[in-house]
Design a protein around this ligand. Structure first.
Ligand code: MG
Length: 372
């Protein structure tokens, strides 16, 4: 039941290194399997978005986030007759290039790399699957399909796009990626907005009372309370959040289906030439924006989160400085790549660290009572 404008492994734009097809799996399934077996994927378990990993076992990590995105994206793809395997693979790979300590870590590393070409986590995800994973005999990276790599690269500066070749071209031509990539992007947004409400409430940094000002939350809370007036708080929150996710997914599917119908794409080339077809309705876009603004003000800039972020920035900054001054302090493999580009090798090493590894590495380098 694949739509004619869906991505199709049979007509994939292919891999950088030719490989004989798998007898059992289509090209996108094979991409997904390679991602799951990568080192960077396993490290997602100990990388965070908002809360630092050691703060509690109940918060989302980048691994559970990526699984939630994959689950949402597959469901949306199935509804719209798009290629589920491709959406799942993009979702599982979309955060592979993230630094330790979430956005704070990424901002700090970008600031450190200011004079050396900067650091973009999207581009780093692509770098991980194209180069940094070194597991195969015939090539560096995972040798993924064009469609998967295009889906990973959500944003890219024009300067970097010019150096990237194939997947960079659409930023110069101003064309769009596959619909599978577009909906995975929305699945990402739905996942983090809603799980951050959940984690925010669980941590006590935000409250149900504060969230009454957010329409998306308040309207679903009212429905739950009306149906279950005596519900205990934990169930009340879960019932509200699952409804929030549902209304957003339903809206996204309905509105995207309308856009598809109006544009009448015949194939994936039409999707690339058309404006963005995946999207929420105008009302849902506004509600979503209000939720994001609430989270930014009340959770991401909460003073306790700021404290974690400040610590994270300090760790990244100090690690960068000490390694750049003496690459002999890095493991051998990174010293070897430092011969080509010292700062980039340091950034690659730091970006690959998990939260806890970065904390330990910092201690090993700066605390005199630690030996190695
Ligand atoms: Mg994400």
């Amino acid at each position: 039941m694949l739509a004619p404008y869906a991505a199709n492994p049979a007509t994939s734009l292919g891999r950088h290194h030719d490989e004989s097809p798998s007898p059992l799996r289509n090209a996108f399934q094979r991409d997904r399997d390679r991602i799951i077996h990568s080192t960077a994927f396993r490290r997602l378990e100990y990388k965070t978005q908002v809360f630092v990993n050691h703060e509690g076992d109940l918060f989302r990590t980048r691994l559970t986030h990526s699984l939630e995105v994959a689950q949402l994206a597959r469901g949306i793809a199935r509804t719209l007759n798009l290629h589920e395997d491709l959406t799942e693979a993009i979702a599982l790979a979309h955060d592979l290039g993230h630094t330790p300590f979430g956005h704070a870590g990424q901002d700090a590393l970008n600031a450190c790399m200011k004079d050396y070409g900067g650091f973009e986590h999207n581009l780093q995800s692509l770098r991980v699957v194209d180069k940094l994973e070194q597991r195969y005999a015939e090539f560096d990276g995972l040798n993924l399909t064009f469609e998967l790599r295009e889906g990973i690269l959500k944003h890219c500066s024009i300067k970097n796009a010019k150096q990237l070749g194939d997947v960079g071209q659409r930023f110069l031509d101003k064309t769009r990626p596959s619909l599978e990539a577009q909906i995975t992007n929305f699945a990402d947004e739905i996942a983090y907005n809603n799980h951050d409400v959940d984690d925010g409430l669980r941590s006590g940094l935000i409250t149900i009372e504060q969230l009454q000002s957010v329409d998306l939350f308040a309207s679903q809370l009212d429905i739950v309370k009306e149906n279950y007036p005596k519900l205990e708080q934990k169930r009340l929150i879960h019932e509200t959040i699952r409804r929030m996710i549902n209304v957003q997914v339903v809206d996204l599917c309905a509105h995207t289906a309308i856009n598809i119908q109006e544009n009448n794409p015949k194939n994936i080339q039409d999707i690339r030439q058309a404006p963005y077809l995946a999207g929420f309705s105008e009302q849902m876009t506004a509600k979503n924006l209000a939720l994001k603004q609430f989270l930014r003000k009340n959770l991401y800039q909460h003073y306790k989160v700021n404290r974690m972020s400040a610590k994270a920035e300090r760790i990244i900054r100090e690690l960068f400085k000490v390694f750049l001054a003496d690459i002999g302090l890095m493991p051998h493999e990174f010293q070897a790549s430092a011969k080509d580009d010292k700062a980039r090798a340091v950034a690659d090493y730091i970006a690959g660290m998990t939260d806890r590894f970065a904390i330990r590495e910092h201690r090993r380098l700066f605390a005199v009572e630690e030996y190695f």
